[in-house]
Design a protein around this ligand. Structure first.
Ligand SMILES: C[S@@+](CC[C@H](N)C(=O)[O-])C[C@H]1O[C@@H](n2cnc3c(N)ncnc32)[C@H](O)[C@@H]1O
Length: 284
């Protein structure tokens, strides 16, 4: 339901209730234009507007010639949007929960102002499994989340997995007053682009995730202890030379390229029976 029904008046001096369905609609056309400009840098004929709301992005995207798959799970809002879409060509509106729907089988992009409560789950559906044909995204997310996804070094296995396959960038901050109602946090445009050359082959991704899920359990642990399960002392000696780090450096300090080198070293020098088992989150 629209948050205006739930929010107590600010004049009453009470704090605003959280807007659980994340219905902070874009009210600033220049923000829509900026997102479309960023989407043009890597055009996919098919784009998903996840959480289409009143169509602030859906309609301009279709007018610019994209095929738009508009996804909205609130039936009242979807009904209104259906009316607005009318005969506009190039839009398919699906009234469903994005987290449950089957994803397109052909390459697609995403241009969306996604509900903050499900940001990580949405990005996971797009990037956990390298076989999902997601190519490029321009997304409004919470500023703090954008920082977490793009910070160096990466200490969370899931985010590291994304960054082995995709370039994630905090493109610019977005102030809350560009939405109605304004969210209580600052926002950002996050851009995502699939790497031309992934740092781990997609066919090795599950095994790589098995490695980093275990190795990054304690990001502050020294490298030699965290990678001990896979390497002999002699192999570790070779590895730290290759990585140009001290063996006691925290394992969470490695960057994506160093992780790619760790994985490559396992495949080349470690006996297959000691290789990490496939792990991580995979759902398509
Ligand atoms: C932040 S609003 C964005 C609306 C519109 N795209 C805009 O920018 O003005 C997020 C929208 O996502 C919808 N939504 C929330 N959870 C969803 C889900 N799991 N699947 C699909 N839509 C969802 C909400 O109803 C809301 O309309």
């Amino acid at each position: 339901m629209m948050s205006k029904n739930k929010r107590p008046s600010r004049q009453a001096g009470r704090p605003a209730l959280p807007n659980f369905s994340g219905q902070h609609l874009i009210r600033d056309k220049s923000l829509v234009r900026r997102m479309i400009e960023l989407a043009r840098l890597s055009p996919q004929p098919l784009v998903l507007d996840i959480g289409a709301g009143a169509g602030a992005l859906t309609l301009p995207l279709a007018q610019e010639g994209w095929q738009v798959l508009a996804i909205e799970n609130d039936s009242r809002i979807a009904e209104k949007l259906r009316g607005k879409i009318g005969e506009t060509e190039g839009i398919r509106l699906v009234e469903t929960d994005f987290l449950e729907m089957p994803l397109p089988r052909k390459p697609f992009g995403v241009v969306a102002n996604i509900p903050f409560a499900i940001t990580t789950a949405v990005l996971g559906r797009l990037m956990d499994h390298p076989a999902v044909p997601f190519r490029h995204g321009v997304l409004i997310v919470e500023f703090g989340a954008a920082r977490r996804f793009t910070a160096d070094p990466v200490t969370q296995a899931r985010i590291l997995g994304w960054r082995m396959q995709f370039d994630l960038k905090l493109a610019e901050p977005v102030s809350p007053d560009r939405f109605s109602p304004p969210p209580r946090v600052h926002c950002a445009i996050l851009t995502v682009r699939r790497k031309n050359e992934p740092l781990v082959r997609p066919s090795d991704h599950a095994r790589f995730m098995g490695l980093v899920t275990q190795a990054l359990r304690v990001p502050g642990a020294p490298l030699h202890a965290a990678l001990g399960p896979w390497f002999t002392p002699a192999q570790l000696k070779h590895l730290v030379k290759l990585l140009r780090v001290d063996r006691s450096v925290p394992v969470g300090a490695l960057n994506e390229r160093q992780w790619a080198a760790v994985f490559e070293t396992i495949i080349r020098y470690v006996e297959p029976y000691r290789w990490p088992k496939a792990g991580g989150l995979f759902r398509w």
